[in-house]
Design a binder for this molecule. Structure first.
Ligand code: SF4
Ligand code: SF4
Length: 460
């Protein structure tokens, strides 16, 4: 039976990819670039020409942690402009063929007898940024009511967390023990996709309450998991405050925390790769800091002119300027979009159809937010709750006018965060003079060629 929607505003069913293969291990890269968000080279304790060891903290002692994932020599220290102009301190390292581990990283001998603060310290020193981004002082870690470990990937084309559940249940079990002690969470929930119930059955019963979720987008997003699995609110840093009570960690990252038992840092991660030509994603194991170009070359995937490289989700990720962008600790998926699939922005008006409002999981008035943000009226975005947008991308997915609603609202959030309530239009804010009209990342906002136009040979 066909279920037809009333005014076509039934939620779309966006099925998540399912795991089919084993991960492809990548060789050690020749060069890695470590990115440190919202920091400058002045926050580093190292200089170009210095030698570094795997696990060495490259940050100044009073400036938190940037952990080297390789052994080698520092080639260059620079500033990298990330999405929305977020500045990163970037450390490029020529990689030595063999790891020499920093002796200051001590193995945690016994999780049972370790104190929560000492475990948090060990996780920070090993480079687990998802914890330190909330609070950089292990002694002042916020109260965690519930810890959700999720085997549902955030991206519909992501299969990294599923891989951890299928191949490494023992690592997840040990990771849960570490995280439970470190966060002092009063309850642990393991979220598993319905299709992987068999793999979930291999996890020991008792440590965590198992919640089976349909493998549909956006069920894998942390905000949704916190609400649906635990009835809580995601722990987040908002300016100077930390809000929420539920910490959500992917199964892949939970299993990776066991590296502290060996006195090793977080060095590698699993990344799901998909492309327009081969829609079934595959996982690769890659050293953190390796350029995306290494992965594409190993899998023989060609980036085509006028195609796009999208990191961390086809619905909520961001386009990269270059395939030299390094894999970061939080890079879960990479999608290579073929030119035919790239959508060129056209200035279409909102028709007030209401589909975006109906689909929004946090009940925002998306049509209004889109319009205010488009014209830079950010002071009206805040009372409408723009900061509550979880950037799931569903509004843009259903919008018949194909308006880039996520980009509009994400831009408003950024403006509110940075207190720049000035009347800057979207186009002004996105204008970047570095590459001019050839900028690959901003093609989303280009106007497409008129129908029937003769292609410009110089741009081929
Ligand atoms: S991207 Fe934001 S505004 Fe759009 S549907 Fe998701 S939560 Fe709502
Ligand atoms: S922004 Fe798009 S989906 Fe929302 S009301 Fe306007 S046309 Fe409809």
């Amino acid at each position: 039976m066909n279920i037809r929607s009333f005014f076509q505003i039934l939620p779309p069913r966006i099925p998540c990819a399912t795991l089919a293969s084993t991960p492809v291990p990548l060789p050690l890269p020749e060069r890695v670039t470590l990115l440190w968000p919202d920091r400058s080279p002045a926050d580093l304790a190292v200089r170009a020409g210095d030698s570094v060891k795997t696990g060495q903290n490259l940050a100044r002692a009073d400036k938190d942690f940037l952990v080297s994932t390789v052994t080698g020599g520092i080639e260059e220290i620079s500033v990298f402009d990330g999405p929305q102009g977020c500045p990163y301190a970037a450390v490029a390292i020529q990689v030595a063929p063999k790891d020499d581990f920093d002796p200051s990283l001590k193995a945690v001998q016994d999780v049972e007898s370790a104190s929560p603060v000492s475990l948090r310290n060990a996780l920070f020193e090993a480079g687990f940024s998802s914890l330190s981004s909330l609070c950089d002082n292990p002694a002042l870690w916020p109260n965690v009511d519930t810890l959700v470990v999720s085997a549902l990937d955030a991206d519909p084309l992501g299969i990294a967390d599923q891989q951890a559940l299928r191949d490494n249940p023992e690592g997840i079990e040990n990771g849960i023990a570490i995280l439970q002690k470190a966060t002092e969470a009063s309850q642990i929930v393991m979220a598993v996709p319905e299709g992987l119930a068999d793999s979930a059955g291999r996890l020991p019963q008792g440590a965590a309450r198992m919640v089976r979720m349909p493998a549909l987008y956006p069920n894998g997003l942390p905000e949704i998991l916190a609400a649906k699995c635990a009835g809580g609110v995601l722990l987040e840093r908002k300016g100077a405050d930390i809000t929420g009570d539920t910490l959500v960690i992917g199964a892949e990252e939970a299993a990776a925390t066991t590296c502290i038992l060996d006195g090793k840092p977080l060095m590698e991660r699993t990344v799901s790769i998909s492309s327009g030509n081969a829609p079934e994603p595959v996982n690769v194991r890659v050293r953190i800091g390796a350029p995306v170009s290494d992965i594409l070359a190993h899998l023989d995937i060609q980036l085509q002119p006028k195609g796009k490289l999208i990191l961390n989700g086809i619905l909520r990720g961001y386009a990269c300027f270059s395939d030299e962008q390094p894999v970061a600790a939080d890079t879960g998926s990479i999608h290579v979009q073929a030119p035919a699939d790239v959508f060129f922005y056209q200035q279409t008006a909102c028709t007030n159809c209401g589909k975006c409002n109906a689909i929004c999981p946090v009940d925002l008035e998306v049509n209004l937010l889109g319009r205010y943000s488009e014209y830079g009226v950010f002071d009206k975005c805040r009372p409408l709750g723009a900061e509550n947008c979880i950037e799931c991308g569903l509004c843009a997915y259903v919008c018949p006018a194909r308006r880039p609603l996520v980009q509009f609202i994400s831009h408003a959030k950024h403006a509110i965060r940075t207190q720049t309530m000035s009347q800057i239009s979207m186009e002004e804010a996105l204008a970047c003079n570095a590459c001019g009209p050839t900028c690959p990342a901003l093609r989303l906002f280009e106007t497409g060629p008129p129908e029937g136009a003769v292609p410009d040979k110089n741009q081929e």
